[in-house]
Write a new protein. Sequence first.
Lengths: 943, 358
Amino acid sequence: MASNPLLSVVIPAYNVEAWLGDCLWSVLRQSLADLEVLVVDDRSPDRSRAVAELHRAGDHRVRVLQHRSNRGPAAARNTGLRVARGRYVTFVDGDDLVAESAFERLVGSLERTGSDFATSPIEDFGGRHRRRYWTNRGPEFRTRHERVSLLEAPGLVLDHSPVNKVFRRDFLLEFDLVWPEGTRHEDVWQATHAYARARAVDVVPEVGYFYRRRTGSETASLGTARMLADWASVTTEAMRVLREAGLEAARSVFARKALVDELLWRLPALTAAAASVPGTAALVRDLVASAPPRALAGQTAETRWAVALLALGREDLLTLVGGRQSSHPEPDLSGLDDDLPAELVTTLGLGDLTLKQAFRSRILGSPGPDLRETGHAAPTVSVVIPTHDVEEYLDETLRSIRASSYRALEILVVDDSSTDDAWDIIQRHSAEDPRLRAFRSPGRGGAQARNFAIEVATGEYLAFADGDDLVPPRAYVALVTAAERTGADITAGRYLHFHATQTWDPVDRYGYGIRLDGIEPADHTRLLGNRSSWDKLFRRDFWAAHRISFASVPRGNDILPLGVAFTSRPRLTVIPDVVYVYRTRPGAGSMTSRMKAGNDESIASWATQESVYARLIQLTAEPALTEEYWTRALPAHLRYNLRPYLAGRAEAAPEHDRVPTELASLLDAAPDGWLQRQEPALQGVLALLRRHELAPAAKLAAELWEGRRVVLAEALDVVEAVARTGLVDSEALSRLAWGMIVRRLLGAGERATLTDAQRAIEVSRALASDHHAVPATVPAGQEDLVSHALRKGSAEDVLGLLVPTAPITGAVFRSGWGSARLSGPAIPGAIRYLRVLAVRRLDGERVRLPLGRIVPAADGSGWTATLQTVAVPPGTWDLTVEYEDGFGLRRRQLRCRVVRLPAGLSRLARVSPASGGVTQSIVVRPSLWARVRRVPDRFSGGA
Amino acid sequence: MGVIHVFPDWRENPYLNMLYLGARAEGWQVDGSIDLPGLLPGLAGLRGGDVFHLHWTSPVCDAQATARDARAALDAFRGAVDAALREGVRLVWTIHNLVAHDSRYPDLEVELAEFLADRATAVIQLNPCTVAAAREFYLVPTHKVRTLRHASYLGIYPPAPSRQDARESFDLAPTRRTVGFVGRIRPYKGIETLLAAVGLAAREVDGLTLLLAGRTDPAHKAELDKLMPAGVPVVSRHSFVPDADLGRWFSACDVMAFPYQRILNSGSLLLSATYGKPCILPAEPHLVGALEGEDWVTFFSPGARAAESLAEAIVAALGRPTSRPGRSARRFAGEYTAYDMAWDYVRLLEELPGLEGR
């Protein structure tokens, strides 16, 4: 009997026929060869077993096990673990890929350290982008760690995938760390137990595993009642295990993730279920109590209500939150005033209402204590309106404000040097309405006009409007009533964007759907994303006490006053009423339009304001505010402002251009590691801007934001320019380099020159790490072939892949019932013959079914492949012959139609050249019968 | 607030967006559908207090391939509307055309109109004469009728370039006299009359040039080509004019001519006012009633000698200075804007039986 292998690789296989071949390929080609592969066929109804058997026939390290019935991936992993013989064991899913040296790195680490298991990051592929899997995005995965535990690295608690780890087998057996069967969340259970029990864990920072993101895969649906109950039960168990192990920091990280992401992802499903999911209420309370303070700070009011209702076990009321409101008949609200965790009560902004009262008035919309009033003794609102060349719109604006049902207004219109008829319009309105006072601005610009109006204002409240927008008639009634009732310093409403053919409501972005009374901004950070003044009512003494004023800048003069206001710990009330209609002006007149045109001074002004704003946030020392600003608010502002600034730039930044400097100042305020968390292309754009390299920044920005592709030489220049900045870390640089170089080489095709290929090799060698070329271990596409060739380092090979090649001629094809045979004369230049696959697109996925290995004739005269075609789905397929020559892996194709026969057999028929064109084809010699019959089509053949 | 289901919810039409602005701001949820398969579930989803607002009827019957399908569609529509009404939904119908232009099933269109007139909670006419004009086809109970003008497009479409810039873009000399038509080019718009009239007017106005822009049915295009007046320069565009380009066409014209036949309301007329252009219209009673006394509007006599009358009107309009009528047109546009219409509509909703004070 052979000695035990170093590593056992367990691969559950269920409905993975299309990918299992590639998966096995990536495992069997590992640099660590001392392994056994245990494919556990979980009674898959497709050809998964046949694919596994095919590999077993060709590689003695492969064993195939089979369940008698389908029992799920947990049972399959456990089956594999039971029969595994390796000192180490790892688990791979049958549709994924493993990086070439992954096992060597992980096992090597364990051999050195003696830790219980080693883990490495996963990357998604199969979607539009390749990116780090969410469980491995934490800082723990950025550098190598040896012999750590959840005590030192609590963030590892989120690393719950079973597939990116190599375990010491006796560690799993010692603690009986098998996967629980009968749940869909077995991974969380097993990983949490494993981390809680582990004495030591190694973290290998190189990406080792590639997770195929595909629609309809098991992880894509979370929503059935059973899965919800499953999730609640497994999450509860994980929280228990962490508590018992005394891992409070890890528990807090876990609770935050479970509360803010996992629970919230499941809200639609919980809402649809509308029935109590066992264990949810207790779990939600535990999560809220265990998560860090302000874990819900970035959530909308609707979400908070939903969490509160879940904590009270009232899933039946979820449909009423944020949906169609109906108060007939009023639902049973008993139990709503039961004890709710204080963290949740604070977060709902109830003011002086009980939860039940607030539910009635805010969710059901019943007339409650939120009374509106319009008395003459009402406090005065000073409405500040700066105007500049807005004659087209001003009359509408002023009419809308004068028509307000709130009469106690002081309308202060300050004209800022209009050259059109705006002043005449203002004077006409002033003559008609004594509440309207017209001023010529003593200075220049909208900020001075506003500041001047604020100086002369006498009202208890300040409101703002622009001269081209509209104020709904009931806006001020709603704002003042709410402000008076709650004593708010700032009262904010919703607004609409209005354009010729579209009106939209950005409420979801800011969370203004449900009323919130007297809250603090740090508890509701999402509101900070909205930095406009015109949808808010400010108490004038608050404004004065904090010396708030508008900055005289060409752009973004709302940013600073709102920054100061938000960071002065105001009492904030939010109402769901629409209080402003913002007109997206047609044509090119408005400030926003000027921004869109990329006016440099405007952008520089924005960057200056933003930089100060960032520091105001920093001064609050509120982690929730900082996180909101840097993770959500700023990336959106960067895109919005830098996109027009960079569009079409072909030159370096001129001396007078302040944008790069201002932007650098802004980025200097970023928290540690912020830049590294951004996608590589954005890192590149920001780095180039810091170095005043506008031309390459513009090209990269066009790729990032416009989806425009630059040519190869430019791509290489861009990547080198990014590298020269010295501001982007090697991982991001490597990702950027691989993505741009490989795709651009393919785009260049025959036009690529030897110099191009040489430069591509040089740049990729200098900048790209090997592991970012993966899944190059698997020949999954032309992209990977080019990656291979680049890594090999021969420019001729790279070019060889880009030029047309000759077809395989003189092949013979014979098809029978359930099998077929393809053979041919020796292929010129072939070094190694590999396999034959059936390839096609099926339901949006590229399906590749291995059908047989190619066996070369002993005398070198040709090759033969026996193809197992049983149960290949019917339809048109490209039979693909894979072989290697001096340029790397090659493919030639033969198109055929698969006809389904009784008893699950399939037969290949009607052979013709493949879709890739003649040079990519296999030309089949007509059969003797056909030649006798003189069939004229030389490509036809077959049985 | 409830839901307003708009049908057909033709999103590219600024009128609908302008109309519902106020309702949206007051908290109504505005959604809609564009065909019967979308409408039926939409209606089924409405509840008491919601509003079904129907505008153009053509997607109900006229979109069907056969008369039998059209009958089935009408029956399905009626069934769905009646079911919604039983739920307490309010039906509002805006009459945009007396019957759908060029309807393939005119009898069914009239039957549909009669049904709507009978079931509607309120019927909106865009000018005070509409319901009277509709008597020829169907009767609308007077107590249901509300008049809600079509707003101008002030502040909606981009400002126009200067006359000089617009003319340069078409290679037209500043002194050249021009008459224009901008809008969908269809038979009922009386384009044939306009072409004949321009031919006649060109005998008296040196170098008279016609500017013609709008989507044209390919079938109608060949017919149109045959009718082009000989020897008259024509600048034409037979496809949709993007919003951003509308102002250029209006600005390059001295006067606009909209020789509509059987049309009640036209966005083109209001565009003309928005861009400050004098305009020639047929002396239809409802148009005369609404626009009499406006010095930027000239009427011609429709009927047997329409082309001659229109030609005279073109010659007369081009003979007058255009600056004062232009200002009048702008004043007219400013008197009733999207803001006015949107909140008048809100008031109309709030006064609907059963929704008072909402």
